[in-house]
Write a protein that binds this ligand. Sequence first.
Ligand code: BGC
Length: 530
Amino acid sequence: MDVSMKLYIVVFLLQVLFLSRSISCELLNLRQSFDNLSVFPSDFLFGTASSAYQYEGGYLSDGKGLNNWDVYSHNPGNLIIDGSNGDIAVDHYHRYLEDVGLMHSLGVNSYRFSISWARILPKGRFGEINEAGIEFYNNLIDALLIKGIQPFVTLIHFDFPQELEDRYGSWLSPQSQEDFAYFADVCFKSFGDRVKYWATFNEPDYQVKFGYGTGIFPPSRCSRPFGNCTDGDSEKEPFVAAHNIILAHTAAVHIYRTKYQETQGGSIGIVLQCTWYEPISNSLADKLAAERAHAFTVNWFLEPIIFGRYPPEMQSILGSTLPEFTATEKQKMNKGVDFIGVNHYTSYYVRDCMFSVCEPGVGTSKTEGFWGQSSEKNGIPIGKPAELVWQNVYPQGLEKVLTYLKEKYHNIPMFITENGYGNMNKADSTTEELLHDVKRAEYIAAYLKALSTAIRKGANVKGYFAWSLLDNFEWNNGYTVQFGLYHVDHKTLTRTPKFSATWYRNFLAEHSKVKYQQQAKDANHSPFYY
Ligand code: BGC
């Protein structure tokens, strides 16, 4: 062995030593940190999540129509910080088989993805069905099922045919309800024989706040001081758009329940962003402010869909700005979900801004409900600050938000439809650094542990999806922010597992072992066992 070889071995051993020291024992010892993995039942869905515009690319392939994000990202006035777009994204449209292979190697049993509406209905209900688009999703669904991976399908994750914007102003018009119902019907008919989990919308509160409040998402409508747009009314339009979305959801659920559910046997829900809002003090004012924060985000959609009315907090602040539901609509909305999809990334402290003066910021205006958010109290962060400014690692927040939803909505089944850790893809980051994402693994481990506690305490949670399988197009942040368990080289589109992928794979393998041991035990006790 020559000297350089010896040197190489010494450096290698030092690296291994350094790596294993920088990774906490708890992270590596799954049995120890999850004292009871069987708290996740054997039919629990463990998966990864994605969305069409962030993943697929193929933006003009095989008859796809243009969607709102295609048009927005090509408009030089857009607010995508690296000037990028989702034209290619991570090319999932052409590489889905490879990606299904990656999921299979992780050991997941479910994949949450969304359908590109413009790929199957390039002009909404005003044109033909694009059979090539239907074929793509058929192929993806079949490839997943062959590998034992359940498709969990979101109908819309922020992208819709531009035709609907150009014709009637999309969500500002009640016509959008008809279009969405038609789209949903096509999806149930085409894929519902194999898809057993449907979510109508992804985070509609962000869709309307960013599209019509601050204007940072298409159709970029807003008014001052909320944003700088050429047209719009931030104090009215978000509520009109949300109203049409709630009724579009209701129409899709009605179609599913009356035409398909009995024969297809699936369930249908909606995905909401469920940040945890912790009152900054024990004062009644701050507690009510935290309740208003929930009312103007998650309950804005869930209360109408489940109870047939807007949250009382919204009604009393917004008065006639809030559209009304007719008696027939209310009747139709009754218990309008089989499950709640919970997207959870972070938590904030919340203070009252109704009786106290707050500096302008998220939540403080009347339109948003007079509450102010902050990541810290007396200079101490709510949880360890993560790499992205808006994210703090506070796993108790997941437990708290699940308990909150459990109590408020009578423990309707829930899925954690997104949870993940973001990092900056800085110009000077090396691939090695990006692959060594111990913090992401620690984050996922801590949140899974909090989830197991919530389940043990009775939260009816049926699945967990890590956001995301791959680094992808992160909306206004383009490719500068990453959430993937797999690194994607955007020049070659090569996928490489990060440390977090290995951690998730080990976790799932450990869970499978526990699951099989449990099943064997149950079989031993079964009256049919001889
Ligand atoms: C969205 C995803 C996004 C993720 C991370 C969620 O709010 O649904 O599309 O990539 O947050 O920012």
